[in-house]
Design a protein around this ligand. Structure first.
Ligand SMILES: *Cc1c(COP(=O)(O)O)cnc(C)c1O
Length: 363
């Protein structure tokens, strides 16, 4: 059996250190906004090259709090990708704003910058590119558009911890970067967790207030905030894993590059521009016969998945507001994409077995 991810093997490799960190956190008994949270925020800001990093309860909350701190609200429009996890658009809606979906680039699966300007209206407040599957979006072009139209740039980095454009880490290019520590993400904890990075001290302070009941001083509340904090125990686990993030991402890239070498003749393999660093949160290829491939994989007890089968503008929840809209690239990619198992510890023989099976199905 080959799973999509193998969190148990990773835990066993780090067991001593993680067990120690968790027990220490319990012993200190500072469970909420304790010392591991502060240390993890400092360590992740240093790793990413961000001026500020504020943790919170999930990646969805990171997006929600970033959008609120940016001052986005009812009546505003936010441009984003239709080919992403629902949370990107949900967070826009939580703030009372409207997501506006712009089609994707067929090579990278990320929002296509050449289509953004046509979607800008007087109500547009921000653009939220998603670094999908660990592939950095075209930030140079998107940043220029944001500067020319005075729009905020908020990055959805839930799948891209450690990815970079070559010069900058994702999450440090726009005004705000939003990360998720859902267990299966490139940097994952053992529950839910999230982080917002930003260059501005003012925004960082606003997010700290929002995540903790609208309060800077205990029992003094000046705005309506939320209960959205990263647990100290989760921060302790993340500190152990953060030290290995480059090693994890290198392992993912090793798996991906072997897949691409073995599969390039039977399917469209992931694109890399040679400048940025793709960290392969998912290894996703395109084929007209994914049902055939997935059936043979299932027969051999190899996991595979479709991320994502329905683009957001075709989801029931958004369909009414998007009825006249056609986003042909996102629709085509959603109908032909499939993702293969990828995790840092994946043995080479497993990668070869998966690739052989896909090849047998598609050739
Ligand atoms: C996982 C994910 C999120 C949400 O993160 P959670 O921690 O699960 O709330 C948001 N956006 C994208 C692109 C994701 O993959």
């Amino acid at each position: 059996m080959i799973p999509m991810v193998d969190l148990k093997t990773q835990y066993h490799n780090l067991k001593e250190e993680i067990d120690c960190a968790v027990l220490d956190a319990i012993e200190s008994s500072q469970f909420i906004l304790g010392p591991n949270v502060t240390a993890f925020e400092q360590e992740s800001a240093a790793y990413l090259g961000a001026s500020h990093a504020v943790s919170c309860a999930s990646g969805t909350d990171a997006l929600h709090l970033a959008i609120l701190a940016a001052g986005i609200g009812p009546g505003d429009e936010v441009i984003t990708s239709p080919f992403t996890f629902i949370a990107t658009a949900e967070a826009i809606c939580y703030a009372g704003a409207t997501p506006v979906f712009v089609d994707i680039d067929p090579a990278t699966f990320n929002i296509d910058p050449s289509l953004i300007e046509a979607a800008i209206t007087p109500r547009t407040k921000a653009i939220i590119p998603v670094h999908l599957f660990g592939q950095p979006a075209d930030m140079t072009s998107i940043k220029t558009i944001c500067e020319n139209h005075k729009l905020l740039l908020i990055e959805d980095c839930a799948q891209s911890f450690g990815a970079s454009t070559g010069e900058q880490q994702t999450g440090t290019i726009g005004s705000l970067g939003c990360f998720s520590f859902f267990p299966s993400k490139n940097l994952g904890c053992y529950g839910d967790g999230g982080l917002v990075t930003c260059a501005s001290a003012e925004l960082a302070d606003q997010i700290k207030v929002l995540r903790n009941h609208g309060s800077r001083i205990r029992y003094h509340h000046h705005i309506i905030g939320y209960n959205s904090r990263l647990d100290d125990i989760q921060a302790a686990i993340l500190r152990v894993k953060l030290k290995r993030i480059d090693e994890f991402n290198t392992g993912r890239r090793r798996v991906a590059h072997l897949y691409s070498e073995l599969l390039k003749d039977v399917a469209t393999v992931p694109f890399e521009d040679g400048k940025g660093v793709h960290v392969y949160h998912q290894y996703t290829l395109l084929t007209d016969r994914r049902d055939t491939a997935m059936a043979l994989l299932a027969e051999k007890k190899i996991a595979s998945a479709v991320y994502y089968p329905i683009p957001l503008h075709r989801q029931e929840v958004f369909a009414a507001g998007c009825s006249g809209i056609s986003l042909p690239v996102a629709e085509d990619v959603a109908s032909r994409c499939m993702s293969l198992p990828v995790y840092p510890e994946m043995p080479e023989e497993s990668v070869r077995m998966v690739a052989e099976t896909v090849k047998a199905a598609l050739s």
